[in-house]
Design a protein around this ligand. Structure first.
Ligand SMILES: [Fe+2]
Ligand SMILES: [Fe+2]
Length: 375
């Protein structure tokens, strides 16, 4: 597969040049050919990454999704090495028995589910890039940014990572968002957190070292954090695909997006069930981190009860229309940029370089410029 990075870097330079105007420094960054271009070309952003037989917008949407899937694979791989099943389908790592046991408190099959979610993301990543290549379009490769430290706990591979699972701020508002029968984020509504303390500060979702394996409630707090993070990540994917599908042009690209997206929803559904089994506790090594009993007063009821895992019908498109059971949000404007902000805000990229953020922003902006029906 063609490495996109080189082309994107010049695209980044071109964009910052466009923002900064025709300065001498900017002109030096540009190739002589581009400087010689007429201003209308510059105004339209100049030459872009190759789209091959795809429309520019379809290629951009697929490239952003490929990047998102590469990042998902990277984080799921870290979970699998320590708490999943390491086999020929998902190789790497040797498992951490204490962490795996703490995850199993949420469900005896957690290791299997982690393995299968990891494998799914890997296939999403590989398929989308292979499809892009098959159409003569540029693909995405983030290998240059595999620079973050691995967990030092027993069982993890020592390789460079794209994502950081040890300083997470986990937004657990999907819990009440999918239980609300009157609100929808597409209407600007906001939602209570299931675990407010996870949405503040920074928390590990995998053991950082073997010191994190004791005492029991500490490693359980880490496993609980993972349990909620799984739901947070997969509800993001569940929204991202339908949000971007609305701006895809070619029926086959639409088929890809419509066929991958619902598998994210299958993951989310499983994780939303398992997160409800996270035992109520306070982390003995971080008294600010409290997992409440979601079934008891003052919680419980329609907004918190743990077996209410099917989406509650809610307002959709217009408050004048009847309530409908739907994925939420699905607004398409700025969906890729919004997804990137969401992943960044959770601390997933803490430690990454500015070049990483520039590249991801560039991919997201290009995806958000896509318009349905464009040539
Ligand atoms: Fe995925
Ligand atoms: Fe996913």
């Amino acid at each position: 597969m063609k490495n996109l990075l080189k082309g994107l870097k010049s695209s980044i330079n071109r964009r910052s040049f466009m923002k900064n105007g025709l300065t001498a420094a900017g002109a030096a960054t540009l190739g002589a050919g581009l400087v010689a271009s007429s201003s209308p070309v510059l105004a339209h952003g100049g030459p872009e990454e190759r789209s091959g037989h795809l429309t520019k917008g379809d290629a951009a949407i697929l490239r952003f999704l490929a990047a998102a899937e590469i990042l998902e694979t990277d984080l799921w791989q870290q979970y699998n090495e320590l708490g999943g099943i390491q086999d020929s389908e998902v190789p790497g790592g040797s498992g951490n028995a204490t962490y795996t046991a703490a995850l199993a408190v949420l469900d005896a099959d957690m290791a299997q589910y982690i393995h299968d979610n990891t494998e799914d993301e890997l296939t999403h990543e590989v398929f989308i890039n292979a499809y892009l290549a098959s159409k003569g379009a540029d693909t995405v490769n983030l290998d240059e940014f595999r620079t973050l430290l691995s967990s030092q706990a027993s069982g993890a591979q020592q390789i460079g990572r794209l994502t950081n699972l040890m300083q997470l701020t986990v937004d657990t508002s999907w819990w009440t968002r999918y239980r609300s029968g009157t609100k929808n984020p597409d209407f600007g509504d906001i939602f209570d957190q299931a675990v407010p303390s996870l949405n503040k500060g920074q928390h590990p979702a995998i053991p950082k070292t073997d010191d994190d394996l004791t005492p029991n409630d500490h490693i359980q707090a880490i496993a609980n954090t993972a349990g909620f993070h799984f739901g947070t990540i997969e509800q993001g994917g569940t929204s991202l695909y339908p949000s971007l599908a609305q701006r895809v042009t070619h029926p086959e690209v639409l088929r890809i997006v419509l066929s991958i997206g619902p598998t994210e929803a299958m993951h989310f559904q499983t994780w939303s069930d398992k997160a409800g089994n996270a035992p109520a506790l306070t982390d003995p090594k971080d008294s600010m981190l409290v997992f409440p009993d979601l079934n008891s007063s003052p919680l419980g009821g329609e907004e918190f009860q743990t077996n209410l895992i099917m989406p509650e019908p809610t307002v959709f498109l217009s408050r004048k229309l009847p309530a409908c059971s739907i994925v939420r949000p699905t607004a398409t404007d700025g969906a890729a940029t919004g997804a990137l902000k969401f992943l960044t805000a959770m601390g997933l990229f803490i430690g990454q370089s500015s070049a990483f953020f520039e590249l991801l922003r560039d991919l997201a902006e290009d995806a958000d410029e896509a318009r349905r029906g464009e040539r």
